[in-house]
Design a binder for this molecule. Structure first.
Ligand SMILES: C[S@@+](CC[C@H](N)C(=O)[O-])C[C@H]1O[C@@H](n2cnc3c(N)ncnc32)[C@H](O)[C@@H]1O
Length: 290
């Protein structure tokens, strides 16, 4: 999505912090209800508990090929939209698995925020060049600021007032964490809109709305799920135009893969990533999270 070139969105924000985001500070906003915060904390604990995984542990995951496919999709997206010198905001950046992708795109500055302290620690280690992460470079060419905090709880524009405006805001495989309440979903869009420069680009990967609607039609009422996920639909609709955001590109993964696998450079990248599990992965020049 693109941030429209008209008036800037504004929002009140919490106090500035260099270490993390403190929603308890002097925020004029009402605190979220305990249940919402509890759920966000459970997500943070889940991801923190998975920090410090070795290369071998990651490769042993039963969904390693899906993870590699997801990585390929992110790589293609970043190559399509990032420009040299871009100022990048990575919402829910995780352990920094995309740092190398941004580096290859030649970005000028990077800010990453994640709610999981363990993931941000891993991200710092990776940025500082820990060889245990099997990264193929020990130094990144861009300066970075890495913060632990909830991207969807408070307005971020004052927290990041010295860092932006951003040319690109990315939120990969994480936007759905903002959908627990309407307030958080709105905060996510307001943050993207307030932090992007006019004409700046938001890139994200998230659950396919058509699949959700199909499952909704097959279910009784507004709730469905299984032992792994659970969805309850809100009655209100949020429209991106309310946040000055204009849709420029949307594709589900099947269409995306079909389209970009026809380009030789991206087909070659998929082989090197080892997505197909055919033993042709290139581990000499590519790290597992590249
Ligand atoms: C599937 S991981 C994706 C990580 C990274 N974007 C990537 O593609 O490698 C989801 C991430 O969202 C983060 N997350 C979930 N809720 C969040 C929130 N409210 N604020 C910031 N990060 C959040 C988790 O801690 C986790 O690192």
């Amino acid at each position: 999505m693109k941030r429209a070139c008209k008036s800037a969105s504004t929002s009140n924000a919490p106090s500035h912090s260099n270490q993390g985001i403190d929603p308890n500070g002097v925020s004029p906003y009402k605190k979220e209800d305990e249940n919402t915060r509890y759920m966000a904390q459970r997500v943070a604990d889940h991801y923190s508990a998975r920090s410090n995984q070795t290369f071998e542990e990651r490769e042993a995951s039963p969904i390693i090929h899906l993870k590699k496919l997801n990585n390929w999709i992110k790589s293609v997206l970043i190559q399509l939209y990032a420009r040299r010198g871009d100022v990048v905001l990575d919402l829910a950046c995780g352990k920094g698995g995309d740092l190398i992708k941004w580096d290859k795109a030649g970005v000028g500055y990077y800010v990453g925020i994640d709610i999981a302290e363990g993931s941000i620690e891993d991200c710092r280690t990776r940025y500082n060049g820990d060889a245990n992460h099997h990264q193929s470079r020990s130094r990144f060419t861009f300066p970075a600021r890495l913060l632990c905090g909830d991207c969807f709880e408070v307005p971020l524009d004052r927290v990041l007032r010295d860092d932006g405006p951003f040319d690109i805001c990315s939120c990969q495989f994480a936007m759905h964490y903002s959908w627990s309440t309407e307030a958080r979903a709105r905060r996510a869009l307001a943050n993207v809109s307030a932090l992007l420069r006019p004409g700046g680009t938001f890139i994200g990967t998230m659950p396919d709305a058509n699949v959700i609607i199909k499952k909704l039609r097959e279910s009784e009422g507004l709730t469905f799920g299984n032992s792994l996920y659970w969805i309850r639909l809100m009655k209100n609709m949020i429209v991106r135009e309310e946040y000055d955001l204009e849709l420029v590109f949307v594709k589900n993964f099947h269409e995306f893969i079909d389209e970009y696998l026809t380009k030789p450079e991206f087909a070659e990248l998929m082989r090197r990533f080892g997505v197909l599990g055919d033993g042709n992965q290139d581990t000499s020049t590519l790290s597992s999270d590249e």
